[in-house]
Write a protein that binds this ligand. Structure first.
Ligand SMILES: *[C@@H]1O[C@H](CO)[C@@H](O)[C@H](O)[C@H]1NC(C)=O
Length: 361
């Protein structure tokens, strides 16, 4: 097992992608090249899947240059400076129809140049889009009409595990009924959210999601860790990115979120919005490159993905710190987290550091 770090310097040389990219992407999508969908030319293969959910502005975009996509639970960017900044770094905005509101004029509100359309946000949660499968199926022809007319790939309603105030607690129950009632509907890929600090549970959940035989977008994920130490989220991210990047069914994913608080705790933040600086977790998200991808192995659906033991991580960490050369840019953070990881591992040798999952399936 190699310590799964790659270099980040070459990300700085990402080629610019101007307005022509959107049209090119639509043509690629039409050719059903799923792995390349919504990815501008020139984006690193290690970051092709990676994005973020947030209402980004131009400054954020420049800091996050290298991620392939973002979304903000709405249909358009609105701010022209943000649109220009995104085009300059080749970061793709993905519109979303959040709930039932505004569907009638969705076509007019969608960001020009889009290649993909996301649909209802957590319809099986009463506090989110709150739609029964039948209601969603009845609304679907309107989404499909817009997607057909604008040449957009269309994502499934983003059902997600629900613990309280649910339309349906299990996303699978919700989707099962939706796909039955929406027989013959165009649904190009599955979309979901998953919150846990256990990467093995994430892997199991994503395997269950394959039953719909569609590529998967994990549109929100993070490690709920209120009041906990940052290293717990950091370790979860290492393991989650390892499995997500290697899982051939996973087409896109987006960490939640740029800044977090409340039930997630502050330790899932990618950026300090006050200073505009990436957090250490944000630097990990921008710099992480999976060992499998670096070695050029094909993406597969390995059960081992993401199950590296803490002792292996610790040993690889120390080994590469000792050998120097591999670490560029992130070295100070890696030093800190290597030692924290080792300490964490030593204290938890007997039992894997599994966090309570607030969204068990
Ligand atoms: C973007 O938001 C940050 C706060 O997160 C702010 O400091 C910055 O000035 C904003 N940039 C633009 C271009 O509005």
């Amino acid at each position: 097992m190699r310590w799964p770090w790659g270099l980040t310097l070459w990300l700085l040389s990402i080629s610019a992608c101007w307005d022509g990219c959107a049209a090119a992407a639509v043509r690629r999508d039409a050719a059903a090249d799923l792995s390349d969908s919504a990815v501008p030319d020139g984006v690193s293969p290690f970051l092709r899947k990676r994005g973020v959910g947030w209402g980004l502005n131009a400054t954020h975009i420049r800091t996050l240059a290298g991620l392939s996509w973002w979304y903000k639970w709405g249909p358009s960017v609105r701010d022209p400076e943000t649109t220009r900044a995104a085009a300059a770094v080749g970061m793709r905005f993905v519109p979303e129809q959040w709930g039932r509101g505004g569907i009638a004029d969705l076509g007019a509100r969608i960001q020009p140049g889009s290649a993909v359309l996301l649909s209802f946000n957590e319809p099986n949660h009463q506090l989110q889009a709150s739609l029964t499968p039948q209601e969603a199926a009845e609304l679907w022809p309107q989404l499909e009409e817009v997607a057909d007319r604008l040449g957009l790939r269309l994502g499934a309603p983003a059902a997600a595990p629900c613990g309280a105030q649910c339309v349906t607690p299990s996303p699978f129950d919700w989707w099962d009924e939706f796909f039955t009632r929406c027989d013959g509907c165009r649904v190009d890929f599955l979309v979901t959210h998953y919150y846990s600090c256990n990467a093995d549970w994430l892997a199991t959940y994503l395997r269950q999601c394959r039953k719909y035989q569609r590529p998967i977008w994990l549109k929100e994920f993070a490690c709920p860790n209120p009041g906990g130490t940052d290293v717990v989220s950091w370790q979860y991210m290492v393991r989650a990115l390892g499995l997500l990047d290697r899982d051939g069914w996973v087409e896109k994913y987006a960490w939640f979120a740029l800044e977090t608080s409340g039930w997630l705790g502050t330790s899932n933040s990618l950026m300090n919005l006050h200073t505009g600086a990436l957090t250490e977790l944000g630097q990990l998200y921008m710099g992480y490159t999976p060992a499998a991808a670096a070695a050029g192995t094909s993406s597969d659906n390995s059960q081992e993905a993401g199950t590296t033991s803490w002792s292996e991580l610790c040993q690889s960490c120390i080994h590469h710190l000792g050998s120097g050369g591999l670490l560029v840019g992130l070295a100070p953070q890696q030093h800190k987290y290597c030692s924290e990881s080792c300490g964490f591992w030593e204290r938890n040798e007997a039992q894997a550091p599994v966090q309570p999952d607030i969204n068990p399936t």
